[in-house]
Design a protein around this ligand. Structure first.
Ligand code: MLC
Ligand code: AMP
Length: 506
């Protein structure tokens, strides 16, 4: 029987010589393909020995390391569902994810074991392991006793491989369920579209708890049997140092902005590079142009989402990479722009982007009504992005119908920040808006009204938020004002606030 397990597909692409280097860390540690094969087998055997139920979730909040990569691959290999969590999440956020997903296994850093295990055991999790970025922790201790031989679990294309939580414009975060088929299909399409070839080397400098670093980066390299240069976190100087040994780089726009600030970024530094890919947030045309001037390379911008993996891409070859656009729908993806009346709009007109294809997710975890709301009657997923398709077929994203800020490639939902601020004593109401920022592209700014007689301090509100929410969600400024601009219906006019504060960081 054909095994549709994504790990089986990636494993089949390992080079014949397993002694070659698969991953090289910034400290010069070398992991061979055999290390990946044996390491994933050992961790998969550990998971298999736990007698977990079918479809068990393995929730992971750990610092980036090659062992964390092995844990991801081992989870696929054993046929369980990987649930990555941003290391910036604080206890209330973790409590929600663990309570909602009910993982059988939680893996966290040793330093967080105390509070995370308490949350996990309360939610019914049976096993909590630790994994640190210095190759220590109970996960490795325990799997060290397991066999390095493991038969890859049989999976069907529709079986779940991962759950990625995405925040919502209303209510709590939703877990997007992605199947082995969704991820395999996307990885195969991108391998061809971006012409991955023998000898490619990827600089992997993104976090591995979101689509970009976890799927596009890792699957892209592995399905081509390509080596990765593995950086624990993005550091412009380190990337620059590694560029001559690499051929492919992927980043959110902030990474390109920071690289451009390095005087050493020039044609010579990029002499062996084949491809620079950007996505997760809009790439400014200035960045696109300056990159071309400095390096001679044209950044390839693409567009995707947690619910769909990659949807569109500028061409690698056979066409122009057009700055300001996200290119064409990928092979197999149907993309249309709809008017508010549900009719497909002609080229050039701006409307809601809807998509269909084998990469589109299976639905939101235990939220059938939410899932139904986000699909049209004819099976298209409503992305919440607003855009247009020009006469040549290039797609441009012009905005979002969802109230969302994308800061340094991370999504921040104003509704979540506002409700946290509104729960603070003395607060009557708040509005959080996104304003342009030279480094992060966009950042949040909070505008707050106090209850009559209450005295509020913006800095104090920010300090309180820091204790409750992931750091990237914290507004960079908080203003206490007397009133918010409203329309005749009484609704806060965020567009006017955005206009008022747009030059704050210019
Ligand atoms: C860090 N900070 C941020 C931030 N990242 N603020 C706003 N937005 C961000 N993204 C703040 C911290 O709160 C902290 O503030 C200060 O910056 C330093 O923190 P740090 O952790 O040291 O920052 P740094 O390492 O410089 O991180 C910046 C970054 C990182 C750009 C490297 O944010 C990053 O890796 N972004 C990539 C996100 C990503 O992978 N997105 C893909 C999503 S997938 P203070 O006040 O505490 O000092 C997706 C689908 C698709 O969207 O299409 O790909
Ligand atoms: P996430 O929910 O983190 O997966 O974020 C997905 C969102 O990121 C999309 O719905 C878009 O709004 C945005 N996005 C991703 N790639 C791009 C891009 N190239 N240009 C503009 N927005 C993008």
């Amino acid at each position: 029987m054909n095994n549709s397990n994504l790990f089986a597909v990636l494993r089949a692409a390992f080079p014949a010589n397993l002694d070659e280097t698969a991953v090289e860390t910034e400290n010069g540690l070398l992991y061979s393909w055999r290390d990946l094969e044996h390491g994933t087998a050992m961790v998969a055997n550990l998971l298999a020995s736990l007698n977990l139920p079918d479809g068990a979730r393995i929730a992971v909040q750990v610092e980036k390391s090659v062992e964390a990569l092995v844990l991801y691959l081992a989870t696929l290999r054993a046929g369980y569902v990987f649930l990555p969590l941003n290391t910036a999440y604080q206890s209330a956020e973790i409590e929600y994810f663990i309570g909602n997903a009910e993982p059988s296994v939680v893996v966290c850093g040793s330093a967080n074991f105390g509070w995370i295990s308490k949350i996990a055991f309360k939610a019914g999790t049976q096993h909590v392991f630790t994994l640190n970025d210095d190759r220590t922790g109970s996960l490795l201790d325990r799997s060290g006793h397991c066999s390095d031989q493991h038969e890859i679990a049989l999976r069907q294309p529709d079986d779940m491989a991962a759950i990625l939580y995405t925040s919502g414009t209303t209510g709590r975060s939703k877990g997007a369920m992605l199947s082995h088929g969704n991820l395999t299909e996307n990885a195969r399409v991108l391998k061809d579209y971006w012409a991955w070839a023998e000898g490619d080397v990827l600089i992997h400098a993104l976090p591995i708890f979101h689509v970009h670093g976890l799927f596009v980066g890792i699957h892209g390299a592995l399905i081509n049997g390509s080596k990765m240069i593995w950086l624990a976190r993005f550091d412009a100087k380190k990337v620059l140092e590694k560029l001559p040994q690499a051929t492919v780089f992927m980043g959110v726009p902030t990474l390109y902005v920071r690289l451009l600030a390095e005087p050493g970024l020039n044609r010579e530094a990029c002499r062996n590079m084949r491809l620079f890919i950007a996505g997760s947030a809009p790439l400014l045309i200035e960045t696109f142009r300056e990159w071309h001037q400095r390096t001679g390379h044209t950044i390839l911008e693409r567009y995707g989402m947690s619910e769909t993996a990659m949807l569109t891409s500028n061409p690698y070859q056979g066409g122009e990479r057009r700055g300001g656009t996200v290119g064409f729908a990928l092979p197999g993806v149907s993309l249309r722009v709809q008017g508010d009346d549900g009719q497909t709009l002609p080229p050039g007109e701006i409307g809601n982007i809807e998509v269909r294809g084998p990469n589109v997710f299976q639905g939101y975890w235990r939220m059938p009504e939410k899932t139904a709301e986000e699909f049209t009657a004819d099976g298209y997923f409503k992305t919440g992005d607003v855009g247009k398709i020009d006469l040549d077929g290039y797609i441009t994203i012009v905005g979002r119908s969802k109230d969302l800020i994308i800061s340094g490639g991370y999504n921040v939902y104003p509704a979540e920040i506002e409700s946290t601020i509104n729960d603070m004593p003395g607060v009557l109401e708040s509005a959080v808006i996104g304003v342009p920022h030279p480094d992060f592209g966009e950042v949040g700014v909070a505008v707050v009204i106090a209850r009559p007689g209450a005295h509020l301090d913006g800095a104090q509100i920010v300090a309180e938020l820091k204790a409750k929410l992931a750091n990237f969600k914290i507004p960079k400024q908080c203003y206490v004002v007397d009133e918010l601009p409203r329309n005749t219906m009484g609704k806060v006019q965020k567009n006017l606030l955005r206009e008022q504060y747009k030059s704050l960081f210019a």
